[in-house]
Design a protein around this ligand. Structure first.
Ligand code: URP
Ligand code: ZN
Ligand code: ZN
Length: 484
């Protein structure tokens, strides 16, 4: 059965034109005037754009002694409600766990997804087994990105030795390293000092992670990637210091990418001063919210192209889970939600305020990351042959964001009370209409894994395992049980 999106204005990252879009079997088959089909979707007054891609989510993630609350069902339902049609989540091996075993755990979780998804694989420890399995992950499992945490000491954190070794391996496999860039050693010392001085509330979380720890780590990650001869993607870039390192690297011809979050663009550090413990703790994430100077820097980065992607790092914990950190801020599970709100918040604060053009909006919410992840133009495009992952965006629709009407399973929303203008009239996931003006028509299990090819054909013989320095003797606690 065919569908036609009729009477809208197509907006992509590189052009705007009035045309109808015909969809058959989940694929865009024709773009043109006066198209007909079995079913019509009225897009008059709307922009027909590639569905959003959120490359940074943590659904049902084991972390800091608990699991993030949204799973692949509620998380992707929230995504679709806000116009996002694909998410990329992180498979996280526990210390000493096989990458392939971790991947099969994430494969099992994702069977309920309402929209398409893919995975990044995290490198949380280093050994000959990890070195070997990275090749299988890239060549057989369709994953071309590896995540490295420079923070969360004693849990997910890797040291420079491990990171450099992994980056070298990424380079020869044609894979892209991703980095959570904060200096975990300095954070750990600042946390201990703050606690010793009696600063145990959520506001101390922000004091323990100043912009400098992010700037230093970002610069270090970029320099290490450059020495390994591989591009690098810095997740949740939140500060001018980190942005400056990315900007400078790019000016010098280094291929470094930066990903601000919608939370960092629109919420600031005054949230941590709120007298209500729950209010502040619900906003605890890493890196923390920053002040206006940093926000202005992130917006300028999106405008000038030195930052490329807006994500959410959706990692939602209930108030009850956040209260695990009463009396000790280091035990508050780190993470905030945003999947449903990323597109409306960015449109409202970006396009409606004149900071971003509509085409730039499409670029930073969909097309740029599709290109970076090597899935363009299957995703991130309105072209004949592309997947029919489409949002029909009505710039006149308005709502006030509220936990009482959200799809996420948690009991609050960090954007509570924010007024947004610009929302999906329809969201289509591979041709299936999942959202009609806020009404949910999602289909559990409709989503499929999107395999991503390496960035280059590996035609030279791969290097053999070589342990350069002695393996680390640090005893790391398991991820689910660990305090960070
Ligand atoms: O606070 C955050 N960002 N939680 C999720 C894990 C991560 O660091 O991305
Ligand atoms: Zn992170
Ligand atoms: Zn994250």
């Amino acid at each position: 059965m065919s569908k036609v999106i009729k009477g809208g204005t197509i907006v992509t990252a590189d052009r705007t034109n009035k045309a109808d879009v015909k969809i058959e079997n989940g694929i865009i088959t024709k773009i043109g005037q006066n198209l007909s089909g079995d079913e019509m979707l009225d897009a008059s007054g709307c922009y027909v754009m590639p569905g959003g891609i959120d490359p940074h989510t943590h659904l049902e993630m084991p972390f800091m002694g608990t699991y993030s609350s949204d799973d692949f069902e509620s998380g992707t339902r929230a995504a679709l409600a806000g116009g996002t049609t694909m998410v990329v989540d992180f498979a996280l091996p526990s210390p000493d766990q096989s990458l392939l075993e971790a991947l099969s755990m994430w494969d099992n979780k994702s069977t309920r997804a309402n929209c398409d998804y893919s995975f990044h694989m995290a490198i949380t420890w280093w050994s000959e087994q990890v070195f070997d399995e990275m090749q299988t992950i890239v060549q057989d499992k369709g994953i071309n990105t590896f995540k490295h945490f420079m923070a969360y000491k004693g849990a997910l954190m890797v040291d420079d030795d491990e990171m450099y070794s992994s980056f070298l391996r990424c380079a020869e496999l044609g894979a892209l390293p991703l980095v959570h860039a904060e200096n975990g050693d300095v954070v750990a010392q600042l946390q201990a000092k703050l606690l010793a001085e009696g600063n145990n509330g959520p506001e101390a979380h922000a004091y323990s992670r100043p912009p400098e720890v992010e700037g230093e780590a970002t610069n270090r990650a970029i320099m290490i990637a450059d020495m390994a001869g591989v591009p690098v993607y810095i997740v949740h870039t939140s500060s001018e210091q980190a942005h400056e390192a990315i900007r400078r690297a790019r000016q010098n011809g280094i291929r470094a990418y930066g990903e601000p979050l919608i939370q960092h663009l629109t919420l600031d550090d005054s949230e941590y001063k709120n007298k209500d413990w729950d209010h502040a703790a619900r906003r605890v994430m890493s890196p923390p919210f920053r002040n206006k100077k940093h926000q202005d820097s992130l917006w300028a980065g999106l405008q000038s192209g030195s930052l490329q992607v807006v994500a959410t790092d959706h990692c939602a914990f209930t108030t009850k889970q956040k209260r695990m950190g009463v009396g000790d801020f280091t035990q508050i599970p780190n993470g905030t939600g945003g999947l449903e709100d990323r597109m409306p918040m960015l449109w409202t604060n970006g396009v409606n305020k004149g900071r971003l053009t509509k085409q730039e909006f499409v670029a930073v919410t969909s097309t740029n990351i599709a290109k970076i992840l090597n899935i363009y133009p299957k995703k991130g495009a309105i072209l004949e042959g592309s997947d029919a992952d489409i949002v029909v965006w009505d710039p006149t629709l308005e709502k006030t964001i509220s936990a009482s009407s959200q799809q996420s399973s948690i009991d609050y929303n960090v954007f509570e009370g924010k007024q947004v203008k610009g929302l999906p009239r329809f969201t289509l996931t591979k041709g299936q209409v999942a959202i009609v003006e806020g009404a949910i028509k999602t289909q559990e299990g409709h989503g499929e894994f999107v395999a991503r090819k390496p960035f280059q054909e590996v035609n030279k013989s791969l290097s053999k395992w070589k342990q350069v320095t002695a393996p680390r003797k640090v005893k790391r606690s398991g991820i689910p049980a660990s305090g960070v």
